[in-house]
Each structure stands twice: as structure tokens, then as C-alpha cells.
Design a protein around this ligand. Structure first.
Ligand SMILES: *Cc1c(COP(=O)(O)O)cnc(C)c1O
Length: 365
């Protein structure tokens, strides 16, 4: 009883994140084997073998605390990105960066503006600090409505999140639109650009968000090792920003938020260009295959610069695919009840999802 009366209202009202259904859970519930999961935008080729080796080597040292400054990872990444080490902040996934930004900059009475549907963690971190989410609907083509987002900014707005490419639609914003938006919004509003799928982007005119940091100090670019680097389970992401901005997130984080295995894995993954290139190619081929098959079935998809496709497969698709051992991501909670989000898998997985959808369309059980 006392707990209920003591809890902060914004916490008791918070709807927790709903992750993709784990394969083990589905198999336990329905007595299936050989199920596949294309629901969490994980890398179908797995982690870099070099990252696995590095973690194996580091295993015998796990009785030690990690290097709280992530010195080596910071050095390697700052070199690769051409930024100073002080401009980097690491987090347990870029989820933690979102949380640190909320912790440092949001509280009751503050607002955060972002598009919707977009990444499900934005409303969670905002609500978690007792602040208010202002969700700006995507356009009819399911891209960010930057004009409407600009209009939604008011004196209470502390942060604007821009997810580019956008999860769960895969749609992206081009350079001109992005640059105009960045110029139009007030300098004292933080602009957080979530580039979790940056390494998959194909469009030629993708914005150079990193270069904006020098001109506009209230800008942060977030990236992650969870997607193309295949290290979702180790939990590492990073933010690039002005060093003063970074200093506030550094103060807000736990001293050892990057564990020692995650750090060596991330360093090795950054060095394995071959693995990244392979992941990109597998994604590209799978994307083309799925788009072609879906189009032949009359299923609408949206142009995606990421490692997943939003597909208009009709309502109830998520549930109907489960007994066929195929887990995708339902989109009801995002206001897209006729759609599912499908992660691009390997060839076998992509063929499985196509054949399961074909069976559904033919009305067979
Ligand atoms: C996957 C994802 C992230 C972060 O994932 P982490 O595993 O926490 O690094 C952040 N933003 C978007 C849009 C994502 O899809």
C-alpha cells in the first residue's frame, strides 16, 4: 500500500517498452521448434568474429571493474569519426543515451517534440522524467513532417528527437530538408538525431548531422553497436556532441556503464570493415528480395534506408504468423494496425516469411 501511495505519478502511469517476442518464449508457448524472429532489427549474420574473439580473451579479467572512461574505445572511435574524445559519450545501448539526455534536460513542465510513429523509447524516457511528449504525426507518406514539428516547438520545448532513418517506417529525411529544419528551430532547443541505422543508409543526399555539431552546439547524434555491428546483446551505443553538452551527460551516467566485454567487442567490431560490408550487402539483397515478393503479392511497403521494412499485410498478420513460427513486430501500438515491421533476415529467414505470408494470403492453415 505504502509503495502505491509513494510512487511518482509519471512512473506509475508509464507504459513500459514492449520488446520483440523472444523465439524461446514462442516455442515454449506453442510447442514449436525452428522458429525465426524478424522483430528486433538484429543483425542476421551475427557479430563480427573478431568481436567474439576479443570478448573470449577478455573473459578471464571480468573480476576487474571496466575502464570507466572507455579510454581505448573512445580513442578508436574519435579517430574514425574525426571528433575529439571529449565529444563522445558511451551508453548501454543508445537507449541509455536517450535516458541520459532526458535525465539531464527534462523534468515536470518540460516538453519534448518528436514524430509519431517513431522509436518507442522516446515517450518512455520523456515520461520517465515527468516531462510531456508532443507527438507530431508523420505525413501521409510516413515521413517526418518537419514543418509541423517546427510549429510544435514552444517555450517549454527542451528537446527535439529526430529519428533518421525512422524506426518503424524505415523512411528517411534528405539533406536539404534536414538543414532547413536545423536552421529554423531555436538554438537553445536541443536537437537529438538518432542515427541507429546510419550504416545501412543508401540515399545519396543523407544529411551530415555530425557536421552540424560545430555550428549548433545543442546538437547530439546518437549511434549504436546493436544494429550493423551485431552487438545488441552487449549493449553499447554512443552519442557525439559538443564537449560541454557531453560533460553534462558524463555527470549523469553511472561510472561503469560500459562493461569490459562490451568495450573490447565494440573496438574489434569497428576494426572489422569486412563484417560491416557483408552485413550491408546481406541487408541490401534481402531488402530487394522482400520488396519484390511483397509487391508481387500486392503488399505495400515503404522505401527503407534501414534493415527492416514496414509492410501493409493487413490486420492480424502478427498473430497469424506466430503459429507458423515467424515472429515479426506488430504495429497496433504505433497506430498502424494494418502493418507489421519485418527485419531483413538471411536468405532462409526471408524465404520463410514470404512463404508464411503466401500461405496466409491463400487462406491455408
Ligand atoms: C535499435 C534502436 C536504438 C538503440 O538501440 P540500443 O540497442 O539501445 O543501442 C535507438 N534508436 C532507434 C531508432 C533504434 O531502432
Amino acid at each position: 500500500m505504502s509503495v502505491v501511495s509513494r510512487v511518482k505519478k509519471h512512473i506509475s502511469e508509464l507504459n513500459p517498452y514492449v520488446p520483440g517476442k523472444p523465439v524461446e518464449e514462442l516455442e515454449r508457448e506453442l510447442g514449436l521448434t525452428d522458429s525465426i524472429k524478424l522483430a528486433s532489427n538484429e543483425n542476421p549474420i551475427g557479430p563480427s568474429p573478431k568481436a567474439v574473439e576479443a570478448m573470449k580473451k577478455a573473459l578471464t579479467e571480468v573480476h576487474r571493474y571496466p575502464d570507466g572512461s572507455s579510454y581505448e574505445l573512445r580513442a578508436v572511435l574519435s579517430e574514425q569519426l574525426g571528433v575529439s574524445g571529449e565529444q563522445l559519450v558511451f551508453g548501454a545501448g543508445s537507449d541509455e543515451l536517450l535516458e541520459l539526455i532526458a535525465k539531464a534536460f527534462l523534468g515536470p513542465g518540460d516538453e519534448a517534440v518528436f514524430a509519431w510513429p517513431s522509436f518507442a523509447m522516446y515517450p518512455i524516457v520523456v515520461k520517465g522524467m515527468g516531462a510531456k511528449s508532443v507527438k507530431v504525426p508523420l505525413t501521409v507518406d510516413l515521413v517526418h513532417d518537419l514543418d509541423a514539428m517546427e510549429k510544435a516547438i514552444c517555450s517549454s520545448t527542451q528537446v527535439v528527437f529526430v529519428c533518421n532513418p525512422n524506426n518503424p517506417t524505415g523512411t528517411s529525411i534528405g539533406r536539404d530538408d534536414f538543414d532547413n529544419f536545423a536552421k529554423a528551430i531555436p538554438d537553445d532547443v536541443l536537437l537529438v538525431i538518432d542515427e541507429a541505422y546510419f550504416e545501412y543508409v543508401r540515399r545519396k543526399d543523407f544529411p551530415d548531422a555530425l557536421s552540424l555539431i560545430a555550428e549548433r552546439p545543442g546538437t547530439a547524434v546518437l549511434r549504436t553497436f546493436s544494429k550493423i555491428y551485431g552487438l545488441a546483446g552487449t549493449r553499447v551505443g554512443y552519442g557525439v556532441m559538443d564537449k560541454e553538452f557531453a560533460s553534462f551527460l558524463e555527470r549523469s551516467r553511472h561510472p561503469f556503464n560500459i562493461n569490459s566485454l562490451a568495450e573490447v567487442a565494440a573496438i574489434a567490431a569497428l576494426d572489422d570493415k569486412e563484417h560491416v560490408e557483408k552485413a550491408r550487402q546481406v541487408n541490401l539483397q534481402g531488402m530487394e528480395y522482400l520488396k519484390k515478393e511483397f509487391s508481387a503479392m500486392g503488399i505495400r511497403t515503404w522505401d527503407s534506408d534501414a534493415n527492416f521494412l514496414l509492410a501493409e499485410t493487413g490486420s492480424g498478420t502478427y498473430e497469424a504468423l506466430l503459429p507458423r513460427g515467424v515472429i515479426v513486430r506488430p504495429m497496433e501500438g504505433f497506430g498502424l494496425p494494418d502493418c507489421v515491421r519485418i527485419t531483413i533476415g538471411n536468405n532462409v529467414e526471408n524465404e520463410r516469411v514470404v512463404s508464411a505470408l503466401t500461405q496466409l494470403r491463400n487462406g491455408s492453415r
